[in-house]
Write a protein that binds this ligand. Structure first.
Ligand code: ADP
Length: 371
């Protein structure tokens, strides 16, 4: 295995020689050089793990060298050698990326300890990066597995069922038709679950920020309310939205914010009692617009409220309506992407209020109430 490589850049030859002697004895591969220019050249050819840089050198300064090391290879761990341990010089060197510093004169033990710490730090950072990459690769594989190995065959099963129920392969009995219809319903639920999960997973990988535009919150709430009109009417639920605020501007992806309100309002209808009410109100608090979606439904107990919004989490209760437990996870992710958040207040058997926080674009609000 390759020995850890250490480069020492110091204009004092005695320091270079001492460092080389001490670190050689520790089974490190050590190179030294006495000015910044040759130090930077060595970095390119030697590829050190840790570089000791003297802050005060003629020619290229230590600070300059530190900045260039960071640009060249951020995996290199730079350590500053300074003749004067002032807080100011230490802070300054940390700002340009130094991991640690060593004050002259230093003992062999101090040099060994600082070197070991810098090497441990490098190993931990590389390990963390490797794990992050592996996790990302697994996630990508899983997304592609779900969409190709799972979704695609299910879609083709659905097409075969359509062929059967459409009578294209001969007549089937009444009982047969009933079973095929049930299969279609269950399959449709499964496909919807998969599609929603894929959407959630993809929210994490795509940056929507380029598509953000200045949008007005109440107009989006209105669109969501209109979209769900028939669903609410089907359950006899009365949805009221009378905004007190105008021009609630925020910067966001229009489609995604509409998705947030469609999810919350449809839940408010779905988990409501027959002929219950849903009320949506807009208010503001410091830097946020807040939309409260309140219902008179089944509510959520205190112990369950903490888990609501976790992927696939559904509150178990009698007569639970069909669902996937992904809607609120999507809502939370979308709000997170917009530097907003979701808050929930609920009382079992009385109802819930889901509050959407979206950052204000600016402070030019106007309130109808206040004129
Ligand atoms: P789904 O509705 O598909 O199950 P969601 O992620 O939208 O998924 O909601 C997760 C769970 O949170 C639901 O199963 C339900 O138990 C609870 N929940 C969500 N909205 C409400 C609400 N307005 N009132 C009561 N419970 C709710």
């Amino acid at each position: 295995m390759e020995k850890p490589k250490i480069l020492v850049i110091d204009d004092e030859k005695a320091i270079c020689d001492a460092c080389a002697q001490i670190l050689d004895g520790e089974n490190y591969d050590v190179e030294t050089t006495q000015n910044g220019e040759s130090g930077l050249q060595k970095i390119g050819s030697f590829r050190p793990y840790v570089v000791f840089v003297d802050l005060k050198m003629p020619g290229l300064s230590g600070m300059e060298v530190l900045t260039r090391i960071r640009e060249e290879d951020p995996k290199i761990v730079p350590v500053v050698i300074t003749g004067f341990a002032t807080v100011e010089s230490a802070v300054q060197s940390m700002k340009v990326g130094a991991y640690d510093f060593l004050t002259k004169p230093f003992t062999p033990d101090q040099l060994r300890v600082v070197t070991k710490r810098a090497l441990d730090w490098r190993k931990a950072s590389l390990d963390a990066e490797r794990l992050r990459n592996e996790k990302e690769k697994l996630r990508q594989n899983f997304i592609s597995m779900v969409s190709h190995e799972l979704r695609t065959p299910l879609v083709s099963v659905m097409q075969y069922l359509e062929v059967i129920s459409g009578g294209f392969v001969g007549g089937i009995s009444q009982e047969g038709t009933r079973i095929v219809e049930r299969m279609k319903t269950r399959l449709d639920e499964l496909l919807r679950l998969i599609d929603r999960w894929l959407k959630l997973a993809r929210l994490e990988e795509v940056s929507f920020k380029d598509e953000y535009e200045d949008i007005e919150v109440s107009s989006i709430v209105r669109e969501a309310v209109d979209t769900l009109e028939d669903m609410a009417a089907g359950k006899g639920v009365h949805v009221v939205f009378e905004p007190d605020l105008e021009e609630c501007m925020t910067r966001a992806d229009r489609e995604l914010i509409r998705e947030v309100f469609i999810n919350l309002i449809s839940n408010a209808v779905k988990y409501n009692r027959e002929h219950g009410d849903v009320k949506i109100a807009l208010r503001e608090c410091e830097d946020y617009w807040i939309a409260d979606v309140s219902d008179t439904g089944v509510g959520i107990s205190e112990e369950n409220i903490k888990r609501v919004g976790e992927e696939f989490y559904r509150v178990k209760s009698e007569g639970t309506v069909a669902g996937t437990g992904i809607g609120l996870a999507i809502v939370k992710k979308i709000l997170d992407m917009h530097d907003g958040r979701l808050e929930v207040v609920s009382r079992l058997n009385e109802g819930s209020t889901f509050s959407v926080y979206l950052p204000k674009l600016n402070y030019s609000k106007r309130s109808k109430k206040n004129g």
